[in-house]
Design a protein around this ligand. Sequence first.
Ligand code: PAF
Length: 291
Amino acid sequence: MSQPIVEHTIAGVRERVRALRADAVAAGIPHPRVALVPTMGALHAGHLALVERASEVADIVVVSIFVNPLQFGEQADLEAYPRTLDSDVEMLTGKGVAVVFAPSADEMYPQGSSATRVTGGDVAQRLEGRSRRGHFDGVLTVVTKLLHIVGPDIAVFGQKDAQQAFLVTRMVRELDFPTTIEIVETVREDDGLALSSRNRRLDARERRAARVLHQALDAAVSAADGGIDASIAAAQSALMGEDLVRLDHLSIIDPATFQPADDSFKGAALIVIAAEVGGVRLIDNDTAYFG
Ligand code: PAF
């Protein structure tokens, strides 16, 4: 089974992608398409769904694995983030991935950080951005770097991080990156819990309690006939009684603008939720139709 080539340096991955494009041209693909799947590693089936989509739309697939310090507020959260490069590469073997780009923090930020930041405007300050100050500027800055380094035609992101998907899509459009953004549906456990690298930090009780996020979203979707307030109330009542879950935010937003939907809103809206389950921060979202 074909194992991805692992590149640790910016020069190395650039040269590798250039050579793979040239090989593809020589093999008769006049305009080979490169897809990038940016990740922070600790890969699971949700990431594999992104990789699968990338292989459908591109000739050459690159997966980046980099735990980006710029997007973590707390040092403890950054340190606790799982780092599993060997098993990640094994998981990508035979999945059509040509290259894994796994740089060190020094390689990406030789000055220790980046004084230049790409900012996401007011949407980046709301919801996830309100609880995690600077998070989205860190995400947009590293995504910008990865897009410049790899130069993909397509980049693939997951719908679970809906606010990130919105901000990256808008950034690429507003700053004229020559890259198309693909968003892939959330992959879930049998009981509905959205797959996340953070799930592995939940103990058995917390894991059971975490199901309530999806149950709250389901309740909100089912109550959408009654309007926005009824939908929020249904989600809140589903969350009640789960002592291990501390709700951070629960909102219904217009997916076109990521601004809150009010009671006059009509059409498909996004219900977004974030909660701490025993100290592990989890997020999820679903679509509800308001008539
Ligand atoms: O979604 C993630 O894993 C990260 O935010 C990303 C896009 C890889 C940037 O570090």
